[in-house]
Design a binder for this molecule. Structure first.
Ligand code: NSS
Length: 431
């Protein structure tokens, strides 16, 4: 073990630029010349070119990509090498020769299905490495934002018994012979918790039996949800704007190298500052009609319509005031205009579309029961949720943000699967 411990991270070695060091990692590229072998070694922090005299290191010829290595050598300036420095290897301290690696970076990139089959290995690519680092920053920034803004972090169950977002996308689980479901959203639990803590948030998986394969749907996704007591829709919108801005700024601050490696143009990210554009559902229908989209008042604004809409704006949009029938039963209807709800979505620019769904909740017990019945649901299924309105109810609002979708936009990915280490969709539960 001694030998592993004396290694320094590759980024540190590159920064040092001279002298003798030990580094460890995996063979990322290999080039065999007549007298020398060039290897590019990769670790979690970066890459470093190694130069090995062929005569002395016979074993280097057998090193397949992704073989693991610990080497000691002398750092030498070399403008043609990545980072401007290379390591002239004096000693191989440890080696594990891998079998021929089944991914050829350049050839495989074209075949995304194959890369999903070997996702457990593809995670080692520099591209996935950059995405995973950005994802790390996104999750950290979400927690940081909520905690500095006075929210309490809470934990909610994943096994549930009543639909939050409609019965169509529930995953049924056999729970000791009883049917239960995987949660679609922690919202109802957050609504219970505000009566204790007033401002709460949770970051957890949500599950939806989404039957179609789209660029932005997973069956298991990460959901950052919040709920605030004594609050209206505008309060929730402000939190959404601040949260997105905070996360984006954090990534711009900490992850320039990764954004660059991914070829992301960051102009739109830099523009994402509050206030976002406010567009009512009514206005959205007008804008879309003017663009030649066939849509009437009351129709859903789906992925294609969202895309068309976001391309008209250079910042995220807060789309609000949806017709009652387009949104779940718990949304409070606007008392001044009962046919629409006090609900909103945040749409990301550049065609990405919905990342947040939220709004004001019905806080009156009778109004809630009436709407549950109007929506053809059974109040008995929502007994404890209705109970919350029986003991000192207050106006409250909240939202859910799809963390994978936010990450997708930040890195500029074409597909949500590209930003999740082990994505789950209708066809894929492995690896
Ligand atoms: O269905 S939502 O619009 N709203 C809710 O679930 C509320 N109950 C949240 C709340 O108010 N506490 O989903 C919220 C967000 C949505 O905007 C997407 O960004 C994301 O969750 N979402 C998804 N991401 C990936 N894949 C799927 N299938 C998915 N469904 C929703």
């Amino acid at each position: 073990m001694e030998v592993f411990k004396k290694a320094v991270p590759i980024s540190e070695a590159v920064k040092k630029g001279e002298g003798r060091v030990t580094v460890r990692g995996w063979v990322y590229r290999k080039r065999v010349l007549k007298e020398k072998i060039f290897l590019v070694l990769r670790d979690a922090t970066g890459i470093l070119q190694l130069v090995l005299p062929r005569e002395k290191f016979k074993i280097a010829e057998e090193l397949n990509l992704e073989s693991s290595l610990v080497v000691t050598g002398v750092l030498v300036k070399e403008p043609r090498a990545p980072g401007g420095v290379e390591l002239h290897v004096e000693n191989i301290d440890w080696v594990y020769v891998g079998e021929p690696y089944p991914i050829n970076e350049d050839a495989a990139v074209a075949d995304s299905e194959y890369l999903l089959d070997v996702r457990h290995l593809w995670l080692r690519s520099r591209k996935m490495q950059a995405v995973l680092k950005i994802r790390h920053t996104v999750f950290g920034a979400i927690h940081e934002y909520f905690r500095k803004s006075g929210f309490y972090e809470v934990q909610t169950p994943m096994f549930i018994t009543a639909a939050v977002e409609g019965g169509a996308t529930l995953f049924k689980v056999d729970y000791f012979g009883q049917p239960v479901y995987l949660t679609q959203s922690s919202q109802f639990y957050l609504e219970a918790l505000i009566y204790s803590l007033e401002k709460v948030y949770v970051v957890a998986p949500s599950f939806r039996a989404e039957p179609s394969r789209t660029r932005r749907h997973l069956t298991e996704f990460w959901h950052a949800e919040m709920e605030i007591a004594w609050a209206d829709m505008e309060d929730a919108v402000k939190v959404g704007e601040e949260l997105i801005t905070h996360v984006v700024n954090k990534v711009l601050e900490e992850r320039q190298a990764e954004l660059k490696l991914l070829g992301r143009n960051t102009e739109m990210l830099e523009r994402a500052k509050p206030p976002f554009y406010r567009v009512s559902y009514d206005e959205a229908v007008e804008i879309l009609r003017k663009k030649g989209v066939r849509i009437s008042w009351g129709d859903d604004i789906g992925a294609d319509e969202e895309r068309a809409l976001t391309l008209e704006f250079d910042k995220p949009i807060v789309l609000y005031g949806f017709p009652e029938k387009l949104k779940a039963f718990y949304h409070r209807n606007d008392p001044r205009r009962p046919e629409v709800t006090l609900s909103f979505d945040v749409l990301l620019p550049e065609g990405y579309g919905e990342v947040i769904g939220g709004g004001e909740r019905i806080y009156d017990a009778k109004e809630l029961v009436d709407k549950i019945i109007r929506f053809g649901l059974n109040p008995a299924d929502y007994q404890w949720y209705i109970d919350l309105r029986r003991y000192g109810s207050v106006p409250h609002a909240g939202f859910g943000l799809g963390v994978d979708r936010l990450t997708m936009w930040i890195v500029g990915a074409d597909h949500i699967r590209d930003v999740v280490p082990f994505p789950r969709d209708v066809r894929r539960t492995r690896p």
